[in-house]
Design a protein around this ligand. Structure first.
Ligand code: AMP
Length: 112
């Protein structure tokens, strides 16, 4: 099981902020912004490049969940950023697709 599957199964604790039958969102353990939440599909897709056409609906649900969590966090008016790290150069460390939702501060562009 991936670390995030264990969070889905409640085998390890997490600060869960949103859940549906398909999606889970929880606070990142090492936050990089005042609001830093990981939004994941419950289905295991290791990384974006492993997603298939059949995953289109779940990928859409993950993005819509991120927007809903942003509203609930009160950062939809000030702004937020979504990030998906794929592979070594991007710093991917957990092989279970996750969208980082970051907000609550202004952010530089381009990202480092
Ligand atoms: P990435 O580097 O894109 O693979 O992101 C993985 C993220 O998972 C990092 O931002 C970590 O801080 C976060 N993380 C690792 N372990 C946990 C955990 N147990 N609970 C919440 N977030 C975690």
């Amino acid at each position: 099981m991936t670390l995030f599957e264990k969070i889905i199964a409640r085998e390890i604790p997490a600060k869960i902020v949103y859940e549906t039958s398909d999606v889970l969102a929880f606070r990142d353990i090492n936050p990089q912004a005042p609001a830093h939440i990981l939004v994941i599909p419950k289905k295991v897709i290791p990384r974006l490049g492993d997603a298939a056409d059949a995953d289109a609906i779940i990928l859409g649900k993950v993005l819509l969940a991120a927007a809903e969590v942003a509203r609930r966090e009160g950062i939809d008016q000030t702004g937020y950023r979504l990030a998906i790290n794929h592979g070594k150069d991007a710093g991917e460390s957990v092989p279970h697709l996750h969208v980082h939702l970051l907000g609550g501060r202004s952010m530089a562009w381009p990202p480092g």
